[in-house]
Design a protein around this ligand. Structure first.
Ligand SMILES: CC(C)(COP(=O)(O)OP(=O)(O)OC[C@H]1O[C@@H](n2cnc3c(N)ncnc32)[C@H](O)[C@@H]1OP(=O)(O)O)[C@@H](O)C(=O)NCCC(=O)NCCS
Length: 161
């Protein structure tokens, strides 16, 4: 039935769920295809068994098409990474993942979330702005650029209470 719906109206909505260490290889592959410096499967395994790490994934059938990872410290969290498969971008997958993730972090009693984003990363900046993040700091020349000048890292914050 799901395959039929996909055929008629395009892909069905992805299923969102907690990510487990079993997904380390899939998350590493998605990360590697989304960032200049990929994290290894082993690095993802270490993160996904860490009790202070909260990880959500978006799946289409058995395929992982997106993820978001945070690390908790006291009553705050830092978003470590978020990525969506190239072929699935621009359809609200990250917006839904981030929304679920923020609700999960709030449910754990956390009070605020921080992250760093490249000032030139327009899709990510729009994603975070829509979710209520605001700029609280800036590190100039933080990200190297293959062409042109290095760009700044913006430090964003979102209160959860
Ligand atoms: C950032 C990323 C996760 C967004 O995923 P996505 O599923 O495409 O995002 P959504 O479809 O939920 O859209 C989020 C916002 O980005 C905008 N957007 C999506 N693709 C865009 C593009 N190519 N250019 C400009 N804006 C774009 C959307 O319009 C939306 O903004 P809006 O709500 O104001 O309309 C995805 O682009 C990605 O994986 N990038 C590589 C990894 C990365 O940079 N991660 C963030 C590091 S901080």
């Amino acid at each position: 039935m799901k395959a039929l719906l996909r055929g008629l109206w395009g892909r069905a909505d992805p299923v969102l769920s907690l990510a487990s260490p079993r997904e380390a290889a899939a998350l590493a592959a998605l990360h590697a295809s989304s960032f200049n410096r990929g994290w290894s499967e082993h690095e993802f395994e270490q993160l996904l068994v860490d009790r202070n790490v909260v990880a959500d994934r978006a799946a289409d059938g058995r395929s992982t098409i997106g993820f978001i990872l945070s690390r908790r410290a006291a009553d705050e969290a830092e978003i470590l990474s978020v990525a969506v498969a190239r072929s699935r971008r621009g359809r609200g997958v990250a917006r839904r993942l981030l929304d679920l993730h923020l609700r999960r972090l709030a449910g754990l009693g956390l009070r605020a979330v921080f992250l760093e984003v490249d000032e030139n990363n327009e899709p990510a900046r729009r994603l975070y702005a829509r979710a209520g993040f605001h700029e609280v700091g800036r590190r100039g020349g933080y990200y190297g650029q293959s062409a042109g000048r290095p760009t700044a890292a913006l430090i964003l914050r979102r209160d959860l209470v």
